[in-house]
Design a binder for this molecule. Structure first.
Ligand code: PGA
Length: 248
């Protein structure tokens, strides 16, 4: 790829504000080591402002892990895309498999959330991926077809390049089981070709891989054609490990 790869760290439901601050401070002083990569951190909502404040002006993105599609309204407990931008976020993960499973984040809702994020000036990261059962039954491409088609269905053509898609096989998330380079490459090509055929002639969006990424395998995954970056979960909780991945 010719562009700078994007390495995003998804902290999930980990870190207090003090821990988030310490991480961001370590990252800020070590940024020179991650030259040539775009970085983003996805802290829990409570730490977005503190991470955004410390990393202000560094170019590191601060993404939330979900967001509501409405601008405002009677949605107790929810946070809109505009509110996220107001709190200092520059992007948002959407459709992470844990949100799809725990909070019924459906493809239909994602079809509204992705354009809502764009409209609020956030970079949406649409997460897609098959379960172990779906993989074993040979339906990976059919699953990705639906998730990508629905998730991108509300995106204006001229904004497609502003969307990031993350391919995260569910069976590889937090399990230490990593998809082989061949599996990643096959699905990356499938997604890029699918988007290019159905949405735009130029598949110019970033495609990330996620699922048990660490500094041990990151360099190899980044070599795969059509993979433009990484979405890192567990290994992104340690600042030095995250910097090592960015450095790879
Ligand atoms: P993992 O998580 O790196 O811990 O497997 C990835 C993710 O859920 O985004």
């Amino acid at each position: 790829m010719s562009r700078r790869p994007l390495v995003a760290g998804n902290w999930k439901m980990f870190k207090t504000r003090a821990e988030a601050r310490a991480f961001a401070e370590t990252l800020a002083v070590n940024l020179a080591q991650a030259d040539g990569v775009e970085l983003a951190i996805c802290p829990p909502f409570t730490s977005i402002d503190v991470v955004a404040m410390i990393l202000q002006g560094t170019g590191v993105g601060v993404f939330r892990q979900t967001g509501h599609e409405s601008e405002n309204g009677a949605h107790t407990g929810e946070v809109s895309m505009g509110m996220l931008a107001d709190a200092g976020a520059s992007g948002v993960l959407l459709g992470h498999s844990e949100r799809r499973a725990d909070c019924a984040e459906t493809d239909q809702a994602l079809a509204r959330k992705v354009p809502a994020a764009l409209a609020a000036g956030l970079t949406p990261v649409l997460c897609v991926g098959e379960s172990e059962f779906e993989r074993d039954s040979g339906s990976t491409k059919a699953i990705l077809d639906v998730q990508v088609r629905e998730g991108l269905s509300g995106v204006p053509k001229d904004r497609l390049g502003d969307v990031v898609v993350a391919y995260e096989p569910i069976w590889a998330i937090g399990t230490g089981k990593i998809a082989t380079a061949q599996e990643i490459s096959q699905m990356a090509n499938f997604i890029k070709e699918f988007v290019s055929k159905n949405f735009s002639n130029i598949a110019e969006f970033y495609l990330l891989y996620g699922g048990s990424v660490s500094s041990k395998n990151s360099a190899e995954i980044l070599q795969i054609a059509n993979i433009d970056g990484l979405l890192v979960g567990g290994a992104s909780l340690d600042a030095n490990e995250f910097i090592a991945i960015a450095n790879s």
